[in-house]
Design a protein around this ligand. Structure first.
Ligand code: ADP
Length: 495
């Protein structure tokens, strides 16, 4: 057996056991590049979710009472094993998700970086001692794990989105039930197998798999079960709103990483080579299927011709195909519906007057592919401006005045990331302060890192992941307000 086959699981993971769904149902996982079946996993439902929550609840007292250093050591071992198995994990990821092997490998290393980071942060969940407001008292604040947490993750980063939630939860002393996306359960299960090897105790990290059909009933259980203290979700704004609503009933803590509609702004004084390289990287990574992918391009009219020329030339280097093949740097989209959405956006733009520079069609053959596409003349009323396209398509719009620019850029209910290219310190300072986004990339397209907070303004989400803030999302703050009992007070009490 290859190491990838050794890591590929066909059961879900509850209470340290590899288990089937109560219903016995199974779900097929398909390679989006070849449409071949990669494997099958249990198609679980509400009963299985309940079983996993019970296991997490039973494991919580012991796990949360370990010292931070003990949890650090186990998590560090998990990170080490993820890195050690990176080639096999990457191959599995490419098979179920489609991204090119090199990118898959980078994602696996990114996944490991969250585990390592939060292993270290486990020891830094400091409280504080506050000068008391009254004499004879001590004011102390301490952080405590919230309890059992539910994680629901998407298919676009099947490895990193799992550890970005599980690592801070476990580091804080919480236990977790994780439901990965229906398209990509294998990466999550492989991570669970390595967690088991690393010595993470039974019930601390559980992975339940399901089809899209059963996701809603699992979601309903995770958001209503009184033993779940917190729900952390990454996915669409539409599903996020449903989950927030469901969590309201029992006032569960929520963290939401939802959709984006990120602007990419190129000012007239930008270094165009830098802007073009950043556009290529940020837009075509994962075939445009990241929530921080630039979705609206605002290029100053003085440089738009050169930007478009340069980008279309750079795009010639994109080789689409099966991500497992050598030299391929643009994989397929995740599903037929994803291709249809991209097609709808491109056709809508062309019908409303945009011009096609390159691409604009599906290639022949199997797989959910769409050719890398560049359009100009993109305007605010087009679908691709209003919604995330989530595909390998750049639609360039032009602006001339900075005052009009900001209004257009912020004219969206989303606020995840924004990219700004300029060589003027004053312009950078002025504009970056006014961009309504949780993450602003200035002269770079590389903005995701485990050491900095990731999250959105407005309907792009609630809370932050990664960084020192990421672990706080899994902790309660307790204020211990203590009055000293001196002899006088004692007399009072006993009187
Ligand atoms: P995408 O459009 O990227 O697939 P979704 O928000 O639809 O994003 O899915 C993200 C995750 O949410 C997946 O794991 C999916 O199975 C899950 N999901 C979808 N609908 C629900 C629901 N009603 N309750 C709980 N989870 C859901």
């Amino acid at each position: 057996m290859t190491s990838t086959e050794l890591l590929q699981q066909s059961c879900a993971y509850i209470d340290g056991q590899w288990v089937q769904a109560e219903s016995g149902e199974r779900l097929a996982v398909t390679n989006p590049a070849t449409l071949e079946e990669v494997g099958t996993v249990p198609d679980m439902g509400q009963q299985d979710a309940r079983r996993a929550i019970d296991a997490a609840q039973r494991a919580f007292p012991k796990w949360s009472s370990k010292t931070a250093k003990e949890r650090e050591q186990v998590l560090k071992e998990w990170a080490r094993l993820i890195r050690l198995n990176a080639p096999a994990l990457a191959a599995l990821l490419t098979q179920e998700q489609g991204k090119p092997l090199l990118e898959a490998r980078n994602e696996v290393m990114f996944a490991a970086s969250f585990v390592e980071w939060f292993a270290e942060e486990a020891k830094r969940t400091y409280g504080e001692v506050i000068p008391p407001a009254h004499a004879g008292m001590r004011f102390m604040v301490q952080k405590e794990p919230v309890g059992v947490c539910a994680g629901i993750t998407p298919w676009n980063l099947p490895s990193a989105m799992v550890t970005r939630k599980a690592a801070p939860a476990l580091a804080a002393g919480c236990t977790m039930v994780l439901k990965p996306a229906e398209h990509t359960p294998l990466s999550a299960l492989a991570l669970a197998a390595l967690a088991e090897q690393a010595g993470i105790p039974p019930g601390v990290f559980n992975v339940i798999t399901s089809s899209r059909k059963n996701a809603a009933e699992i979601g309903a259980e995770l958001t209503s079960n009184p033993n779940v203290a917190k729900v952390s979700f990454t996915g669409s704004t539409q599903v996020g709103k449903i989950l927030i609503g469901q969590c309201a009933e029992s006032v569960k803590r929520v963290s939401m990483e939802l959709g984006g509609n990120s602007p990419f702004i190129v000012l007239q004084d930008a270094d165009l080579k830098t802007a073009i390289q950043a556009a290529l990287f940020a837009k075509f990574r994962n075939a445009g299927q990241t929530c921080i992918a630039p979705n609206r391009f605002f290029v100053h009219e003085a440089v738009s011709h050169d930007f478009v020329q340069g980008l279309s030339k750079a795009m010639e280097g994109l080789k689409w195909g099966d991500g497992a093949r050598d030299g391929v740097n643009l994989g397929p989209l995740i599903s037929a519906q994803a291709v249809e959405k991209v097609e709808r956006h491109v056709n809508d733009a062309l019908n409303k007057g945009a011009a096609l520079v390159c691409g604009g069609e599906r290639p022949e053959g199997p797989g959910y592919f769409y050719k890398p596409t560049l359009l100009t003349g993109v305007t605010p009323e087009m679908l691709m401006t209003q919604e995330e396209t989530f595909g390998p398509v750049v639609g360039v719009g032009v602006f001339s005045r900075e005052e009009d620019l900001l209004k257009q850029v912020n004219n969206t209910r989303m606020g995840l990331a924004a990219y700004l290219f300029s060589s003027s310190a004053a312009r950078i300072q002025r504009l970056s302060g006014h961009l309504e986004a949780g993450i602003v990339g200035v002269n770079t397209g590389l903005i995701a890192t485990e050491v900095a907070p990731f999250g959105g303004y407005k309907e792009s989400g609630l809370g932050r992941e990664g960084a020192r803030q990421g672990i706080d999302e899994f902790m309660e703050t307790k204020f211990i307000c203590e009055a000293f009992v001196d002899e006088g007070n004692e007399a009072e009490v006993s009187a």
